[in-house]
Write a protein that binds this ligand. Structure first.
Ligand SMILES: C[S@@+](CC[C@H](N)C(=O)[O-])C[C@H]1O[C@@H](n2cnc3c(N)ncnc32)[C@H](O)[C@@H]1O
Length: 299
């Protein structure tokens, strides 16, 4: 089952069955989906909580919001969409006039709409402006970071957010190149990275610029900070027994979720090990490959 985006691509919700089983939506319940995307999880929560369950969904990408106007129309009376960063859950729930909730989920990262639309600059596969903002209202873009961060800041971004061992030579190459011309396109960045890393260190299984692109995206969208903030701020809204489900896609995120769930005295961890997709799901949806679901319950 998938949701067709405007460009004809399908976004298949990841770990949908597992996530819904843990959330166990019921009639009359109020749920928060922090990452509406193309509405895959929200639709299922609304369907399972019929006839009067409610979802408050956060989404900061206007393209996704535009898309959902049509596809979620049938649920519009039970769905409140908030165009905000999910880290601003306090403000969002105030706007939605919701005080307590029966479950909270987030499915971080990019939707197919963002990934497959080359023009947003998320992918090194297509030449495009280096934007990478999920929320076009934000001031910081990949271009602005590449233009203004110091060599040390760039190296830290690539090393800590991308795990890129060649972070230093890449940062130096960016600083040298930007003296000659502004780094504005994905193609320019790919070439700079490919030249900065000695051939013998080029990775065999992934594209040479994969880690740099991932790191920049995390920095542009302050992804790790947002994740920490929603866990810190979201727990107080959960009713006793309500579940908090997080689907993440790389180890930096998963570490934050694991640590924050474990250290929060108001939460009991339900998944001691992360739930991962089965072989069948991965075969049907390559985006699910690295997904990990962790669940905690409010005491
Ligand atoms: C992986 S997709 C969610 C897919 C969705 N569960 C579905 O099945 O269609 C993640 C979505 O969350 C949005 N997003 C990511 N971080 C966000 C944040 N901090 N605040 C609001 N939306 C965010 C992205 O714009 C993207 O549309």
């Amino acid at each position: 089952m998938g949701t067709e985006a405007d460009n004809g691509q399908i976004h298949i919700p990841v770990l949908l069955r597992e996530c819904i089983e843990f959330l166990a939506p019921h009639a009359g319940g109020v749920y928060v989906d922090g990452t509406l995307g193309l509405g895959g999880h929200t639709r299922e929560i609304l369907s399972q909580s019929a006839p009067d369950g409610r979802v408050v969904a956060f989404e900061w990408d206007e393209n996704a919001l535009y898309h959902n106007q049509g596809t979620l129309r049938e649920y519009r009376e039970r769905l409140t969409i908030i165009r905000r960063n999910f880290a601003e859950i306090d403000e969002g729930l105030k706007e939605a006039e919701v005080e307590k909730i029966d479950g909270l989920m987030i499915d971080v990262g990019l939707s197919s709409l963002q990934l497959d639309y080359g023009e947003r600059g998320f992918s090194f596969q297509r030449d495009a402006a280096l934007d990478m903002r999920m929320d076009s209202r934000n001031e910081v873009s990949a271009q602005s970071i590449l233009a203004s961060a110091t060599e040390q800041e760039l190296a830290d971004i690539f090393f800590y957010y991308g795990g890129e061992k060649q972070a230093r030579p890449i940062a130096l190459a960016i600083v040298e190149n930007r003296k000659k011309e502004r780094i504005e396109t994905t193609k320019q960045l790919v070439l700079i990275v490919a030249h900065a890393i000695p051939k013998r260190f080029h990775p065999k299984k992934i594209h040479v610029a994969t880690k740099v692109f991932q790191a920049l995206r995390i920095a542009v969208n302050t992804e790790l900070e947002n994740l920490s903030r929603i866990i810190d701020n979201g727990v107080k809204y959960l009713k006793p027994g309500a579940r908090f489900c997080v689907i993440s896609f790389h180890s930096l995120e998963d570490k934050i979720v694991k640590r924050k769930f474990k250290n929060n005295e108001q939460l009991e961890v339900i998944t001691t090990k992360p739930v991962v997709p089965g072989l069948e799901e991965v075969a049907a949806n390559s985006r699910a490959r690295s997904a990990r679901l962790r669940v905690a319950e409010k005491r």
